[in-house]
Design a protein around this ligand. Sequence first.
Ligand code: URA
Length: 238
Amino acid sequence: MERLQKVIAHAGIASRRKAEELILAGRVKVNGVTMKELGAKAGPKDRVEVDDVPIYQEEPVYFVLYKPRGIISAVTDDKGRKTVVDYFIDVPERIYPVGRLDYDTSGLLLLTNDGAFAQRLTHPKHEVDKVYVAKVKGIADQKKLYPLTKGMRIEGHRLAPARYEILSTDKVAQTSIVSLTIHEGRNHQVKNMFQAIGLPVQKLKREKYGELTLAGLRPGEFRQLSRKEITSLLQQSK
Ligand code: URA
């Protein structure tokens, strides 16, 4: 059950504020009954009408996209660049990304129209592990990477300890491939963490989100999450 003004706003009829005005003006009915208080709630099975016209409530939908590099993690872009939502032209629901990946980061991105789900997964205190694989400039070793595991202080924020694995090093090119597991999602967090230890990121990909992986997807491809996967993500975010 959601507050009526949220249901109306979510259906794209009006902003939440305008929806409150509609309710107070007695223009909203739930199952045939006029609702005039802002505390009223409605669920997906309720028939909600504004000025006697039923509103269409979207079913919640959940997708995993393999975001390619060079795509904006947003619904629209003021510079007219391609966004992750452009991959979903055949999906009628108004979906948006759960958190974001940088323009030049590729990998696993969730999209949904379920605000509660998105909020829960992106809240820093909900500990869903995300695994990133970074190609960094420099040779990674235990000593250099040690601060990552201690909870670094970056831009005034104390970060939670992270786990890492050195996947390979290339002495000729002076680069390394390192996987990093974190559960927070601050802006540019992975790049900032590596930058802080003198290993600037050249390429970044998110490989895992909780138990979810990119298995079976190529860049630009997406699929719907199964009920089991949705439940599992919600359980991990407790
Ligand atoms: N950390 C980053 O620095 N960039 C991303 O896109 C995601 C995590």
